[in-house]
Design a protein around this ligand. Structure first.
Ligand SMILES: Cc1cc2nc3c(=O)[nH]c(=O)nc-3n(C[C@H](O)[C@H](O)[C@H](O)COP(=O)(O)O)c2cc1C
Length: 342
């Protein structure tokens, strides 16, 4: 492997280079993470419009998708023009295969398998990161998915279940042998949940045993984080999750070399207004106004901070069910911001 300092120098200029995944061309090396309850259609549409290298759907339970449940089907909706990944979770090969066929028919460029989710309700059902405790079973899901579709299949995982079983390299190697074309590694174990720091260096143990591209993930927010994560992991690309809270443009900005990709771009008021309108349309007014709250709260925090002004605007934007009132308040909140900035 090249010396980390050489990788660091290469990585900054290479971020805007496309990446080939078995014929699917990522626009650049910065990908928006799948985040249930966050990276829905409206959020991904903005990320895509602002130049994310690729966007990934929220996790979709394969059995629910196969049964045609509304929420599952809605998550497969393609938005934007860049590469679109649909992520499936599950514990039974036949549902993974069926879910993958449906996802492919919905227009996914890549199907991703979730073996990273730490949530008890997911691992308790023996899917998500619980699959890292039973690689033979995990492989049956991977093989069924790969066999079911023509599009490339990807796999997202953690470093292992806990510090005693850092088996990501073994899973990665076996997955590659089974036909997986892209790997994403969140540099934590399942038992860490989101605690501590992601260990980017441990991702290099995966990178060194496979030849398919590897994406490094976990705690990557700034340009400096990207440089360091790429240097330590040797990965081909990075994935940004929570760093895109209130900043759906972050992946695109990072790919252009921004040192603070979450910083608000000019005209942010229009982005927020557009996001809110898209939420209303996507979920209908009742759910739309409620589901928009977390995003509005994050936007306000980015714009006005955690102090009194931030609190004032969060209250006004996040406590009303009245669409007209929220719309008016979004305008005053972010117009105000532009006046302050000017
Ligand atoms: C609210 C939330 C929802 C998430 N949902 C998913 C999911 O649906 N599928 C998945 O593979 N990972 C999911 N993750 C994990 C992220 O994709 C990512 O691996 C993790 O947040 C670490 O990256 P970050 O530090 O950049 O946020 C979720 C994370 C958060 C915070």
């Amino acid at each position: 492997m090249a010396h980390p300092s050489i990788l660091a120098q290469q990585s900054v200029s290479a971020l805007d280079a496309s990446l080939d995944v078995a014929g699917v061309r990522l626009r650049n090396r910065v990908v928006l993470a799948p985040m249930s309850g966050v990276s829905d259609g409206p959020f991904r549409a903005i990320a895509d419009a602002y130049g994310a290298g690729m966007v990934v759907s929220e996790m979709i339970a394969s059995a629910q998708l196969a049964e045609g449940e509304h929420n599952a089907v809605q998550r497969t909706q393609r938005v934007g023009t860049g590469p679109f990944v649909i992520q499936l979770a599950g514990r039974e090969a036949r549902w993974m295969a069926e879910g993958a066929r449906i996802a492919e028919a919905s227009g996914a460029d890549i199907i991703d398998i979730n073996m990273g989710c730490p949530a008890r309700k997911v691992t308790g059902g023996s899917s998500g990161s619980a699959l890292m405790r039973d690689l033979d079973h995990a492989l049956t899901l991977i093989e069924a998915t790969v066999e079911a579709v023509q599009v490339p299949v990807a796999l997202k995982m953690r470093l292992g279940w806990d510090d005693e079983s850092l088996n990501a390299p073994e899973l990665a190697r076996r997955a590659e042998n089974a036909g997986v074309q892209l790997l994403t590694v969140h540099g934590r174990t399942r038992c860490q949940f989101f605690k501590g720091q992601a260990d980017w260096e441990k991702i290099s143990a995966v990178k060194s045993v496979v030849s398919v591209p590897v994406i490094a993930n976990g705690d990557i927010c700034t340009g400096a984080d990207i440089t360091k994560a790429l240097a330590l992991s040797g990965a081909d690309a990075v994935m940004i999750g929570r760093g895109a809270y209130g900043a759906p443009w972050a992946a695109g900005a990072a790919a252009e070399g921004a040192s603070d990709p979450g910083a608000m771009p000019d005209g942010v008021g229009e982005i927020v207004e557009g996001h809110f309108e898209a939420m209303l349309e996507y979920y209908g007014p009742f759910l739309g106004v409620r589901n928009a709250r977390k995003h509005l709260g994050w936007y306000v925090t980015r714009a006005h901070g955690d102090g009194e002004t931030g609190r004032h605007w969060r209250q006004r934007l996040c406590q009303s069910d009245d669409v007209v009132e929220v719309r008016r308040n979004i305008r005053s909140c972010f117009n105000n911001l532009e006046r302050i900035a000017a």
